[in-house]
Design a protein around this ligand. Structure first.
Ligand SMILES: [Zn+2]
Length: 453
C-alpha cells in the first residue's frame, strides 16, 4: 500500500480523533441506569460512535455494554474487536493522562493511546480507506467496541447473548504478528487438613507469583539457625527469621513474575515450604505442598506435567492465606493449547486428596487455537508481512489470555509491535506515531484479505 501518499496525510486528524477518546476517563465506575459500567465508559462509547457516524458509518449502541460501526453487505461479519475502557490512570505521569500529548521522541502519550483507543482510530481509518477503494464488499466489516475489557469482559458476554455473531476477525488488543494460540486457564485451590503452621500469608493476586510471604510456626525443638541455613539454600532473594519463646516468624521475599511465566519469578511461599522441610520441620501440609505443588511450576506433583509443540503447562501459586487454622493456596495453571479439559481432569484426579491436604478445581477455562495455516491466521499474517516486510517474527502462542477469548471466531492481531514497550497499564502510556500509521496500513490489508472468499 502507498503508506506515504495515503496514510501519512491523515496523521493529524487521526491524533485529533484519538484525543477525543482519550479525554474521557473511561475506567469502570459505579453502575447507573442504562450505564452498566458507569458514566465514563458510556461517555467514551457515545463519542466513539459519534466519530464513526461523522465518517459515514452506521452505528449501534448495545445498551452501553458495547457498540459497533459497520460497512458492507452480506451475512458474514468480519469483526474488529477493540475496547474503550481503560485501567485507572494512576500516579507518576509526566503529562496529563487524559490529554493526548505529542513529544519530540516520536510518541504520543495518554491513558489508552495504546490500550486500546488508538486501535479504534487506526481501525476506523483502515475501514475508511477500504471503503474509499470501492472494492466490492459481500461481507460486512463491523468495528465492535467493548466497554469492559479491563474488568471482566462482561461487554462481550452481553454482545454474545444479544447480537449477531462475528464470523471471523481479530482484536487489535494484543501483539503483532498475531496470537494464534492462548493456553487454557485452570484454577485450583489447595487446602491444608492438619498443620502445625500457625499462619502463612503471602501474595496479592492469583495471576502473579507470590513474591512475599510471612509464616509463623511453633518454635518447638526447631533451631532458628538451622532454618536460616535452609532458607539461605533456597532461591529466595532475601529473608528474615525472628524467634521468641514460643514462635518463629519467617519473612520471605522472592521475585515477581506473571503467572503465565512463573519460572521467571521466585515463589516466596514455595521456597519457605522447601526450607521448612529441609530444616526438619515435620508437618502434614508442608509435605502436601512440597509433593503436590513445589517450586518446579510444571504440575509434576499433580500428574499434569505436559507439553505440546506450542509450549509447556505452567503452574503458579499466587496467594496463600490462613483462615480458622486452614491454609489455602491459589493455583493458576496454564494448559497447552492442544491438551483437553478431559485430559486434565483425568490426570489430576488421583492427586486431589490425601491425608495431608486436598485440592478443589475452581474452573477449567477454554484454550484458543487456530493452526498457522488456517485461513484466518495466514490471511492476517500475510497482511502484516506485506505492510512491514518483516518475515522474522511469526504468529505466537501465549500463556496469557487476550480479548480474543471472550468472543468466538477471532484472534489477537496487534496493536503492539515486537520489542516495543508502550507502558500499557503504567504511567506514561504511549504510542509511536509511526506505528500508529503502520497499524492502519496493516489493517487495510487485513480487511482486504478477510473480505476475499
Ligand atoms: Zn486492552
Amino acid at each position: 500500500m502507498k503508506r506515504e501518499e495515503l496514510i501519512r496525510p491523515l496523521e493529524g486528524e487521526m491524533i485529533e480523533k484519538l484525543a477525543r477518546l482519550v479525554k474521557h476517563n473511561s475506567e469502570r465506575g459505579e453502575a447507573g441506569p442504562g450505564m452498566p459500567f458507569g458514566p465514563g465508559p458510556a461517555a467514551c462509547l457515545k463519542e466513539a460512535l459519534q466519530i464513526f457516524e461523522e465518517e459515514g458509518f452506521k452505528t449501534t449502541n448495545v445498551d452501553n455494554y458495547c457498540g459497533y460501526a459497520e460497512m458492507g453487505e452480506g451475512t458474514d461479519i468480519i469483526g474488529i474487536v477493540s475496547h474503550l475502557d481503560i485501567v485507572p490512570a494512576g500516579e507518576g505521569w509526566d503529562t496529563d493522562p487524559f490529554t493526548v500529548t505529542r513529544k519530540d521522541d516520536g510518541r504520543i502519550y495518554g491513558r489508552g493511546v495504546s490500550d486500546d483507543k488508538g486501535s479504534v482510530i487506526a481501525s476506523l481509518y483502515a475501514m475508511k480507506i477500504v471503503r474509499d477503494m470501492g472494492v466490492p464488499m459481500k461481507k460486512r466489516v463491523r468495528m465492535l467496541m467493548g466497554c469492559n475489557e479491563e474488568s471482566g469482559s462482561e461487554c462481550m458476554a452481553y454482545y454474545n447473548a444479544h447480537c449477531e455473531p462475528i464470523t471471523t476477525g481479530f482484536t487489535p488488543d494484543g501483539d503483532f504478528p498475531g496470537i494464534h494460540g492462548e493456553k487454557g486457564m485452570v484454577a485450583l485451590n489447595a487446602y491444608s487438613k492438619n498443620t502445625r503452621i500457625i499462619s502463612m500469608n503471602g501474595g496479592i493476586v492469583k495471576n502473579a507469583v507470590c513474591t512475599r510471604c510471612t509464616t509463623v510456626i511453633p518454635r518447638g525443638d526447631l533451631c532458628p539457625e538451622c532454618l536460616r541455613k535452609a532458607l539461605s539454600e533456597t532461591a529466595l532473594t532475601s529473608f528474615e527469621v525472628t524467634a521468641d519463646d514460643d514462635t518463629i516468624t519467617i519473612e520471605a521475599v522472592g521475585k515477581s513474575a506473571h503467572a503465565a511465566g512463573p519460572l521467571k519469578g521466585i515463589n516466596a511461599a514455595g521456597c519457605t515450604m522447601q526450607a521448612l522441610e529441609a530444616a526438619g520441620f515435620e508437618d502434614d501440609f508442608v509435605k502436601f505442598y512440597n509433593s503436590h505443588i513445589g517450586i518446579t511450576c510444571d504440575g509434576a506433583g499433580l500428574g499434569i506435567k505436559c507439553e505440546d509443540e506450542y509450549g509447556v503447562l505452567t503452574l503458579n501459586n499466587g496467594i496463600v492465606r490462613t483462615e480458622d487454622g486452614v491454609i489455602s493456596c491459589t493455583l493458576d495453571i496454564r494448559r497447552p493449547v492442544t491438551i483437553t479439559e478431559e485430559q486434565i481432569r483425568e490426570w489430576i484426579a488421583p492427586y486431589l486428596e490425601d491425608e495431608n491436604g486436598r485440592i478443589e478445581i475452581e474452573a477449567i477455562g477454554p484454550t484458543l487455537f487456530y493452526p498457522l495455516d488456517s485461513p484466518l491466521v495466514s490471511r492476517l499474517y500475510q497482511a502484516y508481512v506485506d505492510a512491514t516486510g518483516d518475515t522474522e517474527h511469526k504468529p505466537m502462542v501465549i500463556g496469557g489470555g487476550t480479548y480474543a477469548k471472550s468472543i468466538p471466531g477471532i484472534i489477537a492481531f496487534g496493536c503492539q509491535f515486537q520489542d516495543g514497550n508502550n507502558h500499557i497499564h503504567d504511567a506514561n502510556e504511549s504510542l509511536v506515531v509511526e506505528e500508529f500509521l503502520l497499524q492502519v496500513d496493516i489493517y487495510v490489508q487485513a480487511i482486504l484479505n478477510l473480505l476475499e472468499d
